[in-house]
Design a protein around this ligand. Structure first.
Ligand code: RM4
Ligand code: MN
Length: 387
């Protein structure tokens, strides 16, 4: 790839940001409120628009229902458009109601299963109003003790709810199924890994795809293998990017392991899946518990851009030649050369070409927006996880 092509690919890259990153969040021990945090979905969108304004590659905001419930979603979509962004993925939430103590769509009680399915279908109604393409499903469903419930029956119930939701989708809409190894369930999780998600998606059809949340694996898991495999099968729908040191830490992507992020993006570039038409959605799913939220999102977008730039710089011809020749060290050297390149000047140039400040962090800090929201957002109820 020529340097001009690399820069064009970086200009065309798109990263979706989560509305919940701008609200208060924390651990089960404490949520530290921050001044200036949004009180409404509109204020979250306004904050997300700042991330796009300084990076130029983050024009889409993901919503989480019911956290972002409004009376008129069409109006919310227009509000987003006025701020230069649009509403993206609709994230379902069947993990925060007392009824879901023993599960949502896999609950042994048919009444609760119907209630959970009702929420999933309502989220498709919301997609119709916002013009969203993707419905993202993550289930906290599972059990804490062996024998607590029947593993196979729970899979049957899950399959039934997934099929009913899939049937409700419009022709342009997709269903994305996310997996997670454990937490909040500690013994068994009903969708614990990519294989389970993949098997369900395969049965459902073309428009069902898997979401890889980078924080949802056992330590040491080779995530880029999962990426390569799903891309090859046409079943990778989206990423939830974040980083982890221990469990599902939801820290800034690229903070814990920038090399892993590079390896993931290398598989993306290798499969030519960076382009929007590939149908892979690059989302952030993060919580900024102690750091300021908008700058943390800007930094995260930049981290993804840096990993992408390095992946684009891999000399594909030299790599293929070394691989074909069985040159172990040569092939590894080609990859490491790209990883060890300082791509910050290249990205600064890309931003200048896009009419942006080459240093998004500094430009945002200078803008006065952070001070303004602290002064203006007084009173009301700050948005948060409600966990
Ligand atoms: C889950 C999962 C979902 C996200 C929620 C907030 O762990 O990652 O994607 O919507 O957290
Ligand atoms: Mn996630």
């Amino acid at each position: 790839m020529t340097e001009t092509d690399v820069r064009a690919a970086l200009r065309a890259q798109r990263i979706e940001v989560p509305s919940w990153a701008y609200g208060n969040s924390g651990t089960r021990f404490k949520v530290f409120a921050q001044p200036g945090v949004p009180r409404t979905p509109e204020e979250k969108i306004a904050d997300a628009a700042q991330v796009h304004a300084y990076t130029g590659v983050a024009p889409v905001v993901s919503l989480h229902i019911p956290w972002d419930r409004v009376d008129d979603f069409g109006k919310l979509a227009s509000y987003a458009a006025e701020r230069g962004v649009r509403i993206g993925t609709i994230n379902t939430n069947v993990f925060q109601d007392d009824d879901y103590r023993l599960g949502s769509v896999t609950n042994p009680d048919p009444r609760i299963r119907r209630k959970a399915l009702g929420h999933l279908l309502e989220c498709v109604d919301i997609m119709d109003a916002t013009g969203s393409r993707d419905l993202k499903l993550w289930f906290s469903d599972g059990t804490n003790y062996p024998g607590q419930d029947d593993i196979r029956a729970r899979q049957d119930r899950l399959a039934e709810a997934l099929a009913a939701t899939y049937d409700r989708l419009g022709p342009e809409q997709r269903m994305l199924l996310e997996y997670k190894l454990f937490e909040p369930a500690f013994y068994l999780t009903d969708v614990p890994d990519w294989g389970t998600a993949y098997a369900h998606c395969l049965k459902l059809g073309e428009r069902a795809r898997v979401v890889i949340d980078t924080g949802h694996h056992a330590p040491g898991t080779n995530i880029e293998f999962i990426v390569a495999f799903l891309l090859r099968e046409g079943k990778l729908g989206a990423f939830d990017f974040n980083s982890r040191f221990y469990a599902d830490d939801d820290l800034m992507v690229g903070a814990a392991d920038p090399f892993q992020l590079f390896r993931i993006m290398h598989e993306i570039v290798r499969a030519d899946a960076l382009r929007e038409e590939s149908g892979v959605n690059f989302m952030l799913d993060q919580c900024h518990n102690i750091e300021p939220k908008i700058p943390a999102q800007i930094r995260s977008v930049m981290n993804v851009q840096e990993a992408t730039a390095k992946a684009l710089l891999v000399d594909a011809g030299a790599l293929a030649a070394a691989q074909a020749a069985g040159d172990v060290l040569g092939a590894n050297g080609v990859l490491m050369d790209a990883y060890n390149t300082d791509v910050r000047p290249l990205l600064a140039q890309v931003r200048t070409e896009m009419g942006l400040d080459p240093d998004p962090m500094a430009a945002y800090a200078r803008s006065g927006y952070a001070e303004r929201i602290v002064a203006e957002r007084v009173g009301g109820q700050q948005a948060g996880w409600g966990a």
